[in-house]
Design a protein around this ligand. Structure first.
Ligand code: DGY
Length: 325
C-alpha cells in the first residue's frame, strides 16, 4: 500500500527553500508563475486538495470558502494578518486556519522605522532629486525635514510589532505613548504612556504609528476627525493594513499641511492604491515589503509548513491555530 501524501495548493510562488520542503512533504500544486487567483480560480485550483497555503490578499472570503471542494480541511496563511480569510465561514465548514505570528515582528518593525525616518527626513524627495539629476549641491535650506530624536511616538496597537517598533524608537530617545485593548505589564510597557482611549492619545503624537490589525473596529479608524486631533505637523506611519486609514482624509491632511508627511507600506485595495498618493511629495511610500527579507520570508514559510505538517501529517492541532472571534 502506498502512503499518499496530502495534496496542498500553494496559491502563490513561495521562496525556493519553502517550496522544496512543501514538495518533499506534500503533493504540492505550485504556482510558479505567481498568477493571482481570484475566488473562483482559487476554488477550482483546490479541487482534490486537503489544504490551501495562501498569502495576504488572497480572497478567502465567505463566498470563496463556500465554493471550496469538500476535500479542503485547512487554510494555512503565509502571513500574520488574516483579514483576507473569513475564519468564521471556515469554521462553519470545519476548515481550520493557521497564520505565522512572531517570525516577522523584527522585519516589520524595521520597515516601520524606515517609514518613520523616510517620512520625517524627506528620503523620497532626496533620492528622486539625486536620481533625476536635479541636485545642484548642498544648500543650507535644502530638504529640511522633521527631527526624529526626542519626539513623541504614539503607537496604535501594542502587540508584538508595536512593541518592537517602540524598542527601536527608544534608541532615538523618543517618548512612547500607546493605545491597546489592554495595558501591558510593566516589563513590556517599559515606561511607555498607556492611553485606554486611543482618541486621547492623538494630541500627544508627533508621530502616529499604526500597528493594529484590520478589523471591523479599526476599519478607516484614522479618519478626518481623528487626524484633526493630531498636532499640526504630525507624521502618520502605517505598516499594518491600509484599510485602517481613510485615504481621502489622509491625503487631504497631507495636502493642507496639517500633516507634515506620511510613511506608508500598506494601502487599502493594494496594489491599486489611491491615485492621490502619487501626486504628493510629502510621502514615503513602499510596496508592502514589511516582511520582505530572505530570512523572514523563509521563516514565515517554514511556520506555515509546521502548521500544515502538524495537522495533515500528525493529526495534531496546528500550533498557530486562528480561532473565529
Ligand atoms: C502579514 O504577514 O500579515 C504581512 O502583511 C505580510 O508581510
Amino acid at each position: 500500500m502506498t502512503n499518499r501524501k496530502p495534496r496542498v495548493l500553494a496559491t502563490r510562488h513561495f521562496p525556493p527553500d519553502v517550496e522544496t520542503r512543501l514538495t518533499a512533504n506534500f503533493d504540492a500544486v505550485l504556482n510558479p508563475e505567481d498568477r493571482l487567483l481570484d475566488g473562483q480560480a482559487l476554488a477550482g485550483a483546490s479541487e482534490g486538495c486537503e489544504a490551501i497555503m495562501c498569502a495576504a490578499g488572497d480572497p478567502l472570503n465567505a463566498e470563496t470558502i463556500a465554493a471550496l471542494p469538500a476535500s479542503v480541511r485547512m487554510i494555512a496563511t503565509f502571513s500574520v494578518g488574516y483579514e483576507h480569510v473569513d475564519v468564521a465561514a471556515a469554521a462553519k465548514r470545519k476548515i481550520v486556519v493557521s497564520n505565522t505570528p512572531d517570525v516577522l515582528t523584527d522585519a516589520t518593525a524595521d520597515i516601520a522605522m524606515l517609514c518613520l525616518l523616510g517620512a520625517a527626513r524627506r528620503a523620497h524627495e532626496g533620492a528622486a532629486m539625486l536620481r533625476t539629476h536635479h541636485w545642484v549641491g548642498w544648500t543650507p535650506t535644502q530638504l529640511m525635514g522633521v527631527q526624529v530624536t526626542g519626539k513623541r511616538l504614539g503607537i496604535l496597537g501594542m502587540g508584538r510589532i508595536g512593541q518592537a517598533m517602540a524598542d527601536r524608537a527608544r534608541a532615538f530617545r523618543m517618548t512612547i505613548h500607546y493605545s491597546n485593548r489592554s495595558r501591558l505589564p510593566p516589563d513590556l510597557e517599559k515606561g511607555a504612556v498607556f492611553h485606554a482611549d486611543p482618541e486621547a492619545m492623538l494630541p500627544h503624537c508627533d508621530f502616529l504609528s499604526i500597528n493594529a490589525p484590520m478589523t471591523a473596529e479599526t476599519r478607516k479608524w484614522v479618519n478626518a476627525e481623528r487626524i484633526a486631533r493630531l498636532p499640526r505637523g504630525a507624521i502618520v506611519i502605517n505598516t499594518a493594513r491600509g484599510g485602517v486609514v481613510d485615504d481621502d482624509a489622509l491625503i487631504a491632511a497631507l495636502r493642507s499641511g496639517h500633516l507634515a508627511s506620511a510613511g506608508l507600506d500598506v494601502f487599502d485595495g493594494e496594489p491599486r492604491i489611491h491615485q492621490g498618493y502619487y501626486a504628493l511629495e510629502n510621502t514615503f511610500l513602499l510596496p508592502h515589503m514589511g516582511s520582505a527579507t530572505v530570512e523572514t520570508r523563509n521563516a514565515m514559510g517554514f511556520k506555515a509548513l509546521d502548521n500544515l505538517e502538524a495537522y495533515l501529517l500528525r493529526g495534531q492541532s496546528p500550533p498557530d491555530l486562528v480561532r473565529a472571534s
